[in-house]
Design a protein around this ligand. Structure first.
Ligand code: HH2
Length: 281
């Protein structure tokens, strides 16, 4: 929250990040941890995507592969079959900027050709082909930290200093993306809450966001409905709305610029109030 707002530039989109941006989640998967199976049908998924835009989200994150703990990777063809038509249709009917949540360059390439402006890569552009694609296409990019692979990442994650290690990884991936030709202004950074982290690691990372923000790029945080929030909700309440809002609010106070959420209506109201009190926007 310095005097000069940071700029985030993607294909055809530019934000001067003053107020908090809300990224709405659309999982077109049978197995995502909180909304898996709900929007697996293409027509329903397009409807939900357009609804997310109407609800006031600033961008829409479309994913066709769950990365929840224990999940298995799906082939690129299947991932594209799930999301291709959805991205095309939402892009045709709405101006909302679309990000594609994928770790596969082939899927990202097709998504960009169909209208996606941003690549949300949970592997942090570690694949040189992904960095090259982002550089050549002019897409924006989310560089996220993940320890290990979704199938095994929650087995026994250990860090000597989680904040220092995640911050160092993000700094390194930021510089290597820039070296690969991605404009610095195209990039946002994400500590990857829940990706190879215990609840204590997640809390440390939220407290450590000012250091990540100190890398000079906007910070995106995804806490929505994640399992570390379960302690204050009754068993079986997988929406975890109040804890999600509290954690998002805390992340914003710690310097997060963008929040990735499932509950768009509630979060938009929440961040508008918080931004107003903070004198942002
Ligand atoms: N979290 C999830 C997926 N993608 N991308 C970013 N940048 N940051 C996150 O925190 C993040 C993400 C996991 O949540 P969800 O999409 O709801 O579940 P699933 O991976 O099971 O589809």
């Amino acid at each position: 929250m310095g005097a000069e707002p940071l700029v985030w530039r993607a294909r055809g989109v530019e934000w001067e990040v003053r107020r908090t941006l809300v990224m709405g989640v659309l999982n077109v998967t049978p197995d995502s941890f909180s909304d898996g199976g709900r929007f697996h049908d293409e027509r329903e998924a397009v409807g939900r995507g357009l609804q997310i835009a109407e609800e006031g989200a600033d961008l829409l994150d479309v994913g066709g592969e769950s990365t929840r703990p224990g999940s298995q990777s799906v082939p690129a063809e299947e991932e594209w079959r799930r999301i291709g038509g959805v991205i095309e249709a939402v892009h045709r009917h709405s101006a909302i900027p679309i990000s594609v949540d994928t770790r596969k360059p082939e899927v990202a390439r097709r998504a960009i050709a169909s209208g996606a402006a941003i690549v949300n890569d949970v592997t942090g552009l570690r694949d040189p082909a992904m960095a090259k694609l982002v550089a050549e296409s002019g897409a924006g990019a989310v560089i996220m930290h993940m320890r290990g692979e979704p199938a095994t990442m929650q087995a026994d994650p250990r860090y000597a200093d989680v904040v220092a290690e995640v911050t160092a990884f993000l700094a390194q991936q930021l510089e290597s993306a820039v070296a690969a030709g991605v404009p610095r202004e195209a990039i946002v950074l994400d500590p990857g809450i829940g990706f190879g982290k215990t609840p204590a690691h997640n809390e440390d990372l939220l407290r450590g966001l000012p250091g990540i923000r100190g890398l000079g790029r906007p910070v995106l945080v995804g806490v929505s409905r994640k399992s570390f929030l379960a302690t204050v909700h009754p068993k079986g309440d997988t929406r975890r709305l109040e804890a999600s809002l509290a954690a998002a609010g805390f992340a914003i106070l710690q310097g997060a610029d963008i929040v990735r959420v499932h509950d768009v209506v509630e979060t938009v109201r929440y961040v508008r109030m918080l931004d107003g009190l903070l004198g942002r926007g």
